[in-house]
Design a protein around this ligand. Structure first.
Ligand SMILES: *Cc1c(COP(=O)(O)O)cnc(C)c1O
Length: 409
């Protein structure tokens, strides 16, 4: 494989892990849509299974299209090796299953992606794994939660959907002092905006469903590490559990990554302007965006991230009802979960993704009743602003007393 280590990140998006195909010179990586690979002889088959020959055997164990994607994302994360998975949750569960077992303990960000928390609380707990959820924006909370049995410190930064930012380097030091590994879910940033391995993380994971693929048409995940022994252990678990990515999905993600830098930067520019605008609308109590000085970890965001991203959270003064009305009033913004696609998506956690958490756990994780999450896409800024404005104006009209009378007419 070519060493692309000195190229800029835009060049890596286009070229890393990819080279014209050896058979016909196809510029795009071929899709090896094959479950199995023929051996030339019994001796070659034996060599492949013993590891003496690193050729392909069976797609659950490895596939050339998947390998190209793994190398591409590993280079984007600054080096190391990648392990692509069928979904972001397959990456999360591979990490949990590889490094946690009976009697083990994990410290995790409290406002972590919902299913990452549910998997630990409902399923891993059945196997004797304990988890402590803390506000990881203060590294002292992480240090206090560490036990002799702590094997993993698991960060999601920015957190979901609060956009709370945790100090990766500080948490890496705490984890390593305790003999634990630091895992960072880097989905919200993509490697373009944050490179956790450079800050001391041992493993970085992505839901490639989001920014890396970027077109809302694939579910996929990946794990990246610079420590070959960790990759070997995770791969052993992944291939047994069977969370393998399909070669066609892997190719779609490779295709999506080619424009990652353009998409992420365009969305960010629009998000910065929208975040400032939203803060001025009378229906909005506050806006949380890492690029605004009002964000509690704005200074940390400036040093830890290479940009502020395109996720915005804001609180509606009218609570749950205002959230529902806003969801029913937008026309261009798409009412859907997920994030990181070219289209702007809007969602209301209290009535949607985090409804099953219950009001108390939501409050403890900082998810208030009127919290709205916006994943800004690459549409024209003026169109997005106009759509949000007409919807927010409806919220104001309906939640003021005269407005109720008007709506009733
Ligand atoms: C979506 C998401 C996941 C899970 O990924 P899937 O591809 O849906 O399995 C994990 N972490 C974060 C932060 C996510 O946004």
């Amino acid at each position: 494989m070519k060493d692309h280590g000195k190229l800029g990140i835009e060049s890596l998006c286009v070229h890393a892990g990819q080279h014209p195909d050896e058979l016909y010179g196809g510029v795009s990586v071929p899709i090896y849509q094959s479950s199995t690979f023929a051996f030339e002889s019994a001796a070659q088959g034996a060599a492949r299974f013993s590891g003496a020959d690193d050729g392909y055997k069976y797609t659950r164990l490895g596939n050339p299209t998947t390998s190209a994607l793994e190398e591409c994302v590993a280079q984007l994360e600054g080096g190391g090796q990648g392990l692509a998975t069928a979904s972001g949750m397959a990456a999360v569960s591979t990490v949990y299953l590889t490094f946690l077992g009976a009697g083990a303990h994990m410290v995790s960000t409290d406002s972590v992606y919902g299913p990452s928390r549910t998997l630990a609380e409902r399923e891993l707990s059945r196997f004797g794994v304990e988890t402590t959820y803390v506000d990881t924006t203060d590294p002292a909370n992480v240090a206090r939660a560490i036990r002799p049995s702590t094997k993993l410190v698991y960060l999601e930064t920015p957190g979901n959907p609060t956009l709370a930012i945790s100090d990766i380097a500080a948490c890496a030091r705490i984890a390593h002092q305790a003999g634990a590994l630091l895992v960072v879910d880097n989905t919200f940033c993509s490697p373009l905006l944050q490179r956790p391995l450079d800050l001391g993380a041992d493993i970085v994971l992505h839901s490639m469903t989001k920014y890396l693929n970027g077109h809302s048409d694939v579910v996929a995940g990946i794990l990246v590490t610079r420590q070959p022994d960790l990759l070997t252990r995770m791969k052993r678990v992944l291939v047994q559990v069977g969370g393998t990515i399909d070669p066609h999905q892997a190719w779609l993600v490779l295709r999506g990554i080619k424009t990652l830098a353009l998409r992420v930067r365009a969305a960010e520019q629009t998000a910065r302007r929208l975040a400032q605008d939203l803060a001025t609308h009378p229906a909005v109590a506050w806006v949380r965006y890492p690029g605004l000085p009002s964000h509690p970890q704005h200074e940390l965001a400036k040093t830890q991230m290479n940009g502020f991203g395109s996720m915005i959270s804001f609180e509606l003064k009218g609570g749950v009802e205002a959230g529902r009305l806003l969801m029913d009033s937008v026309r261009l913004c798409v009412l859907a979960v997920s994030l990181g696609g070219v289209e702007t998506l809007i969602q209301h956690p209290a009535s949607m993704t985090h409804a099953s958490m219950g009001p108390e756990a939501r409050r403890a994780a900082g998810i208030t009743d009127g919290l709205v999450r916006l994943s800004v896409g690459i549409e024209t800024y003026e169109d997005l602003r106009a759509d949000l404005w007409q919807a927010l104006d409806r919220v104001v009209t309906a939640t003021t007393p005269q407005g109720e009378a008007q709506v009733g007419v």
